[in-house]
Structures are given as structure tokens and as C-alpha cells.
Design a protein around this ligand. Sequence first.
Ligand code: KIV
Ligand code: ZN
Length: 408
Amino acid sequence: MAITNGNSDKERLIVFDTSLRDGEQSPGVSLNTDEKIEIAKQLSRLGVDVIEAGFPIASVGDFEAVQRIAREVGSLMEGREHIGEPMTICGLARSTPGDIKRCAEAIQDAPNRRIHVFLATSDIHLKHKLKIDREECVKRAVAAVTLARSFVPQVEFSPEDASRSDPDFLCEVLGKVIEAGATTLNIPDTVGYNLPEEYGALIKHLVENTPGGDKVTWSTHCHNDLGLATANTLSGIRNGARQVEVTINGIGERAGNTAMEEIVMAIHTHPTAFPVYHNINTRLIFPTSVMVSELSGMMVQPNKAIVGRNAFLHESGIHQDGVLKNRQTYEIISAESVGVTDIALVLGKHSGRNAFRERCKELGFAAINDEEFQKAFVDFKNLCDKKKNVNDEDILNILNSIQTVPSK
Ligand code: KIV
Ligand code: ZN
């Protein structure tokens, strides 16, 4: 049974995963096609709505990976019964005919398919990178969207570096691409520059002032250069965005993209703050994180929110005592709800008597008397001062050294 956050009187939030495109742009990450297929299948089971499978013009390997995902994953329904349709397979294209045609060819076998075209709109990019003026930018964007729409019914347009673009110029370009047939407008904070209030205000401004803005889906795409990708994305949702572009574990170019698990669980823990529901099966979040980490070679930092090794571990005595009495004292999310099943209390120098007594019981020393327990606890604390990680073997040595007979 899928675990989602329900959907009564809420709008659907489309979860667009770009782990295989922007995520693969993480320095040092390169996935082969079989690995990409494995991840794509898992994202389908997880309940992702749209997967950006790659950038088909980038290389023959990328084209073939997107094509195989369209063919082999594009119709899968396993785990998606609650959604009622397979994932949309999306490919990225620059605003050039060659890119768009190649992308259309790569995704053509998927029943639900989308072309995502992008073109920079900030003056910095127009002047220094593309060497074109605003008028030419509008012309190229409209031509790209028109061509993409001739191949597929779903066309997404991204004004690259939107967060550093003139908002009034953005309204002009976006209004024109809506007329040309764009169905989703994605607003990238390409360089991770915005503060949450600014990004939210930008989304609100664009939704309210772009001609035809009420006919399309607005999307967030935030990078994490200032560690604000999740906050910015949530601010985007609160201001009208109904699609979020995310990656598993937050992998991506430079400091990465918005982490899917953080958005999904923020919505879960604050159901009244967000007027949206999603279709992600949260119990598959941790297994998916492990798979992406292992295949991509990108380790997850231990204190990473939701999926880090320490995310559900409590070390201090006060916290351990609290969770032994009632887990809600120090946990806002249950480990099981995101698919983490093997949680143990970590014993260290901050641990208290209650946690130590629990571990003694687990190790078969339930019948230890008070005097023996006191001595074992002192020995344990002394060892913690000398040794960073005190494990079960160390505790067993202490318990055995005080000559206690394990209880039956
Ligand atoms: O960050 C960005 O601007 C992108 C675009 C291609 C959408 O990844
Ligand atoms: Zn990006």
C-alpha cells in the first residue's frame, strides 16, 4: 500500500526528478545505461510523476539511455496503481532544432513524454554566453517551443538563470512561449542565488503577471549553492508552483539540486502549510537513496536530513531517555515512514543509564544487579572517554569482566 499524504481538497504537486540529468552533472558522477534503467525503474515505483531521463544530444550514450528508459520504463505501472498512469519521460534540449529533434526521437516510444527546452534570459548570459539581445532571445524561445510542440503534447520551457533575469522581461518571454504552446514553465535558480522570500516573490510575480499564466503549470528548479534549495522550493510551492524539480539525495551540478526527500517530508510534517498533495510512496525514500548513492558513487553525508546515517540516531542521554519513553519526544518523522528499519540507539559518552540498561538487556544481561550495573556503567563511561566508537563487543567485554552471568 502506498504511503502518500492524501489528496482531499488539495492540488496535485508534480514531482519531477532530474537525478539522471542534473544529478548526473555532479562532478565525478557517471552512470552507465543499465544503472540508469535500474534507477528509473525505482523512481517509477517511488511514485515520481516526471523523470528527466537525460540530455539526448549530449552523447550517443545519453541518447541511448533516454531511448531505453522510454522503451523499458515508460509503460511500467508496478507500484503506481494509486496514480493510475506511468511516469512521463522527459528529455532536455537547448533551444535549437537539432537538440529538439534528437530529444523527440529519444523519447518517442514512451506513452507519456515531454520535451524540456531551455534558453538563458539573464542579461549576463545573453551578453557573455549567447551574445544575443533580448529580441533574439524571445524569437529563439518561441521557435523552440513551437518546434517541440510539433512533436509532443507536453512542452516545458526554462528561462535559464531566471533568478538573475529582469522579471518584466521574464513575463514577456514566458507569455510568448505560452502562446507558442508551452505547458509547463520552470523557473530555475540556476546559480542558487535567491533567498526564500525572493524566490517565492518571483514565482508569485510571474504567475500573476505573465499573459496566459493561469493556463500552465509553474515549476521550481533550485540549486543549493547557499544551502537554500529546499527552503526556496518550499517558498515556490507556497506562492503557486505546482511542480518541483528535485533529485534523490540532492545530487546535482556544484552544490546540487533540491533534495526530493526533504520536500516530500516537509510537506508531510506540515500538512496545513502546503495546499498540495503528492504521489510519492515515502517508504521507498530510504531504499532509493541507498540505490542512488551506491550506483552514483556519491556518498550521503551522515547528518543529511531524512536519509543520512545519523538522521534517526540519538546519542545524548537526555534524548535517548526521551525516545525510550516515547519516540515523539525527539522525533518528528518515524524512521519506518521513510523506509529506515534498523535503528539502534548509539551508545557514546553522552548516553545515560536508561539507554545503557536497555543495551545490557539486549545483550542478554537483563538480570544484572544494581551494584554490577553501576560498575559496568562507570567502566563504559571511562571507555567512551578513550574510544570514539564504543560497540557491542566493547560493552560485552565490560559486562563479562564484572563476572555477571547472562540471564536466560
Ligand atoms: O539549473 C538550470 O538552469 C538547469 C536548466 C537546464 C533547467 O538545469
Ligand atoms: Zn539545474
